[in-house]
Ligand binder design. Structure first.
Ligand SMILES: Cc1ncc(COP(=O)(O)O)c(C=O)c1O
Length: 409
C-alpha cells in the first residue's frame, strides 16, 4: 500500500552543477568547510530568481491592490501570475489558490470557518504522525464539543496504522486531516486512498502537504482532496503558506473577515493586505522549478510538464543521496534510525531521516555537525504526537535528531 513519490518513464539528468549555480547561499563556508544544508525540512535555500522577483516587486510594482495606476496594476498582475503558477503546481484552477502567512495560520483560519458549521458530537480524525499544525487547529474545535479521534502509528516503521484509521472514520466524521509526508521520519501516507475512505463516510479530506511539496509533485485533481496546504519556503520560495480548496468549499465555508473586504473567493480568504513582495517570490519559485525541468529536458513546453520533469529528475537524485546517507549511518556503531530504511520501500518515504546516536543528546550531535558546516535539526520538530511515542524517546532525552538529504542541498 504505497504512494509512489514519482511515476514516469523519462528520467532526465539532474544537473547538480547548474542547480548549485542558482543558489548564491550555497557558497557559505563554516570553519573552512563548505556548508551542507541538511536543514531543508524547516526551510530550503532560495535561488537568485526568487531574490530578483522580490527586489523587482519593490522597484516597479510596490502598491496595494486594485488601484487605477501603474504600480497597483503591476501588483495585481504579480498576484494573478503567482496564482496561475500555483494552479499549475497543484493542478487546479487559479481561483482555488489562497495565499496566507504560513500553513499554521491558514489552517487555524480554515478550521475556524469549518467549525462554524459543526455541532457537538461531530468528529474530526487526526493522526499521531502529523506536525502539530495539522492537529492543534482541529483540536481547538473541542471547545465547541467536536470530538477528535487520533489515528495510531506502527512504531516499527513509523507508518500510519490504516486499520486504526478505518476504525476511527465513521458516519460522525466530518473531516479527516492527514499529512502527505512526515517532517520527522519521512513516511509518505497513502493520501489518495485515505481520501476515498473519508469521502465514503461523507467527510471532507484535508491534506498537509508541507513536507511532501519539496519531494513530490502534488496533483489535487488525482488526489480528489477537498483542501491541501503547503508552504513555499520549503520548496525554494519565500516564507508564506498556500491553501488549495475545491471551489465549492471555498464558496460554501465563510471565513472571518472585515466587512469591506470581498466575499468572492479566493480573495475572501486572504485577510488584510498580503505580503505581496513575497507572493512575487512564490511565482518565481514555481518558475525556477519549471526552469530546472526545461534544463533537464529542453523539449518540454508547458509549465506543468516542466514541473513534472524537474520533480522526476530531483527525485532520482534525492533517492541516491538517501541511499548513501542510510548506508553511511548503518556503518556507525550505536546509530538508530527511525522509519523505513529498506531500499525496497523507498517509494513509501521521502529523503528525510531522523536518527539517534548512542547516549549522545541530539543537540550535542547537531552542534558537532554544525561546527563542521553540516546543518541538521534536533528537537521534536513540532511533530509532538510522534515525538511522544515511546520507542522514539530513547534514554530519558527527548527528541530524535533529524538530518535531511534533499536535492539542492
Ligand atoms: C509537515 C508540516 N506541517 C506544517 C508545518 C507548519 O508550516 P508553517 O511553518 O508554514 O506554518 C510544518 C513546518 O515545519 C511542517 O513540516
Amino acid at each position: 500500500m504505497s504512494t509512489p513519490v514519482m511515476h514516469g518513464t523519462a528520467n532526465k539528468t539532474f544537473d547538480i552543477a547548474w542547480v548549485r549555480e542558482q543558489f548564491p547561499s550555497l557558497k557559505l563556508q563554516v570553519n573552512g568547510h563548505a556548508a551542507a544544508f541538511l536543514d531543508g525540512p524547516a526551510g530550503t535555500q532560495v535561488p537568485k530568481q526568487v531574490m530578483d522577483a522580490v527586489q523587482n516587486y519593490f522597484v516597479g510594482a510596490n502598491a496595494n491592490t486594485y488601484g487605477a495606476f501603474l504600480t497597483s496594476r503591476r501588483n495585481d498582475e504579480t498576484i494573478r501570475s503567482a496564482r496561475a503558477a500555483m494552479a499549475d503546481f497543484f493542478n487546479c484552477d487559479s481561483n482555488e489558490v489562497v495565499f496566507g502567512q504560513n500553513m499554521t495560520t491558514i489552517t487555524f483560519a480554515l478550521a475556524r470557518a469549518i467549525g462554524r458549521e459543526l455541532k457537538a458530537g461531530d468528529e474530526i480524525v487526526v493522526t499521531t504522525l502529523d506536525h502539530d499544525a495539522n492537529v492543534a487547529p482541529w483540536r481547538a474545535l473541542e471547545e465547541k464539543g467536536v470530538v477528535i479521534r487520533q489515528v495510531d502509528v506502527r512504531e516499527s516503521d513509523c507508518t500510519l496504522d490504516l486499520n486504526d484509521l478505518k476504525r476511527k472514520i465513521s458516519s460522525k466524521t466530518k473531516l479527516v486531516a492527514v499529512g502527505y509526508a512526515s517532517n520527522m521520519v519521512g513516511t509518505i501516507n497513502p493520501v489518495a486512498e485515505i481520501t476515498k475512505l473519508a469521502h465514503a463516510a461523507g467527510a471532507l479530506m484535508f491534506i498537509d502537504a508541507v513536507h511532501y511539496a519539496p519531494h513530490g509533485l502534488i496533483d489535487v485533481k488525482s488526489l480528489d482532496c477537498d483542501f491541501l496546504v503547503c508552504s513555499p519556503y520549503k520548496f525554494f520560495g519565500p516564507h508564506m503558506g498556500i491553501l488549495y480548496g475545491k471551489r465549492e468549499y471555498l464558496e460554501k465555508f465563510k471565513p472571518y473577515k472585515v466587512r469591506p473586504a470581498t466575499n468572492t473567493s479566493p480573495e475572501s480568504w486572504e485577510t488584510g493586505t498580503q505580503v505581496q513582495e513575497l507572493i512575487a517570490g512564490i511565482g518565481a519559485a514555481v518558475d525556477y522549478i519549471a526552469e530546472l525541468g526545461r534544463h533537464c529536458d529542453p523539449s518540454v513546453k508547458r509549465r506543468r510538464e516542466a514541473l513534472q520533469t524537474a520533480y522526476r529528475a530531483a527525485h532520482q537524485y534525492e533517492t541516491g543521496l538517501l541511499s548513501r546517507l542510510i548506508a553511511g549511518l548503518q556503518t556507525i556503531p550505536g546509530v538508530k534510525m527511525f522509519g523505513i530504511t529498506h531500499a525496497k520501500r523507498f517509494d513509501e518515504r521521502c529523503a528525510t531521516l531522523s536518527f539517534r546516536l548512542g547516549g549522545h543528546h541530539p543537540t550535542e550531535i547537531a552542534t558537532f555537525l554544525g561546527e563542521r558546516g553540516i546543518f541538521t535539526w534536533d528537537g521534536n520538530f513540532y511533530a509532538l504526537n510522534l515525538s511522544d511515542v515511546n520507542s522514539l524517546q530513547g534514554d530519558k532525552r527527548p527528541g530524535p535528531l533529524l538530518g535531511s538529504a534533499q536535492s539542492h542541498s
